[in-house]
Design a protein around this ligand. Structure first.
Ligand code: THU
Length: 174
């Protein structure tokens, strides 16, 4: 049921007890992402971060998202003098992929830190609320992985559902 009917299975998952959720996660190996993808995505995110346009915050973020058919798109944050139009690295990567026609994604890696910092970075940079909501538009909460990294050897992996539980998404409007 999980594989064939992801939306229905997501509703079942959301209403399950914590114990049942853990069983489901274990059964479908949701916590695991092939290590080669993980390292590659982190490398691409680190590379993307280099060109971040951050004259105001001086905080550079890089992201790399992988589609279901293994295409990788990098992105970085692009700031604006009137602040609110600023686009985060995650959304830059996602929008580039969506522009190219992709609608299904497996994972995103995110790296961030002060302009002066290079790898290994001091801390993990979790996606902001707006980015989590935007990822929710295209990515399955249970299957999509968010990789927070300080370097290729230091990272944590979460599902979108873990970072954005009880979320509102496209199926709520059906
Ligand atoms: N930023 C990102 O690019 N991604 C996040 O998830 C967190 C925040 C950017 C936005 C802004 O350019 C800078 O980091 C400081 O908030």
């Amino acid at each position: 049921m999980y594989v064939n009917y992801p939306i229905l299975s997501f509703f079942i998952f959301q209403t399950s007890s914590r114990k049942r959720k853990m069983e489901i996660i274990k059964k479908f190996k949701l916590g695991k992402l092939k290590l080669d993808y993980t390292k590659l995505l982190i490398e691409k995110a680190i590379l993307a971060r280099k060109n971040a346009y951050v004259p105001y915050s001086k905080f550079k973020v890089g992201a790399a998202i992988i589609t279901n058919n293994n295409k990788i798109y990098g992105g970085f944050n692009i700031e604006c003098s009137s602040y609110s139009p600023t686009n985060c690295a995650e959304r830059t990567a996602l929008f580039r992929a969506v522009y190219d026609g992709h609608r299904n994604f497996k994972a995103i890696a995110v790296v961030g830190g002060k302009e002066s910092e290079s790898c290994p970075l001091f801390s993990y940079t979790p996606p902001c609320g707006v980015c989590r909501q935007m990822l929710r538009e295209f990515c399955h909460p249970l299957y999509f992985k968010i990789i927070l990294a300080k370097s290729v050897d230091d990272f944590k992996i979460f599902t979108l559902d873990e970072l954005f539980p009880l979320s509102f998404g496209p199926e709520n409007l059906k």
